[in-house]
Design a protein around this ligand. Sequence first.
Ligand SMILES: Cc1cc2nc3c(=O)[nH]c(=O)nc-3n(C[C@H](O)[C@H](O)[C@H](O)COP(=O)(O)OP(=O)(O)OC[C@H]3O[C@@H](n4cnc5c(N)ncnc54)[C@H](O)[C@@H]3O)c2cc1C
Length: 334
Amino acid sequence: MADKYFKYVILGGGVSAGYAVREFANQGVKPGELAIISKESVAPYERPALSKAYFSPQGPARLSGFHVCAGTGGDIMLPEWYSAKGISLIFSTEIVKADLASKILISAAGEVFKYQILIIATGSTATKLTDFGVQGADSKNIYYLREIEEAETLAKAIKTKNRKVVIVGGGYIGLELSAAMKINGLDVTMVYPGPWFMPRLFTAELASFYEGYYAKEGIQIIKGRAAGFNSDTNGEVKEVKLRDGRVLEADIVVVGVGGRPLTTLFKGQVEEENGGFRTDAFFKTSVPEVYAVGDVATFPMKLYNDIRRVEHVDHARKSAEQAIKAIFASEQGK
Ligand SMILES: Cc1cc2nc3c(=O)[nH]c(=O)nc-3n(C[C@H](O)[C@H](O)[C@H](O)COP(=O)(O)OP(=O)(O)OC[C@H]3O[C@@H](n4cnc5c(N)ncnc54)[C@H](O)[C@@H]3O)c2cc1C
């Protein structure tokens, strides 16, 4: 396989990648100069839709309806949009090795990509219970939600109504998917350790309003910690075991216990802080001509006079635009 060279490579095909490409187009990137390399098989889309409109019982959102930049009212960028501008979309390609000193990325299939400027936009991955060795966590019908393929699989799994779903986790994903499963006619139980929903964000009063509201809608709330799963002879999950000995029946389990930024590919090559790649206000990392945007960037926030990492869609969009503007400004000697 011949090596491929692009002046600019965006690694990742998520929210920040999509908004970065739009800014590249605004800045006049030339045909053939830019590629997105993504392990996903579709063009960048608005990831938040996966836990909301994707599960709407009436007219659920499906691609191509929520490709970027649908989330901000911009044009929906279909694959044709990219090809018309000579921007390469390299899908289903996971980069497994990176050598920033030589400016080389290598895919799982052994393809070699070279670049002049790299934008790291690898986002986050869902924390898996198997990572902690939770007993039975590899049973069938235990789902996570980060990428569209996982949403598709879950949407198929919930086709049969009245099934018992246990949602493990009381964060955004847990809250949104509990609601989504309920409006799809499933029997939903949420389990999360106390004291209440999203304790870092909600006050006791706010959380109590939502817990009451969810209960009124028929969602059972259990304060506890999932400690293991029992499955049947087909390996399909049947029970969630809690640390305090209680057991919950389950046909489907959805786990939303947080995520972690995908930085391992560049360990030891880029300086890190607070779990992400430390950048300046232009999203430049410690390595020349390497930028980091979205969930993986730890950047200066004037608001807090601090440097922070933010897992937020608005930040993903804006950090991407800021980085691309900075790249073009610096090329023009500004
Ligand atoms: C279900 C869900 C709902 C959400 N809802 C909201 C919300 O309502 N509001 C909000 O503010 N935020 C929400 N978020 C968070 C928000 O979506 C993220 O902060 C945002 O997507 C981050 O953008 P990103 O480009 O950094 O990463 P991502 O959008 O995650 O994109 C990362 C991309 O990199 C690819 N990738 C990673 N590693 C490799 C590799 N080695 N090789 C090739 N490709 C790779 C991934 O496949 C993916 O395409 C939600 C997240 C999820 C999962």
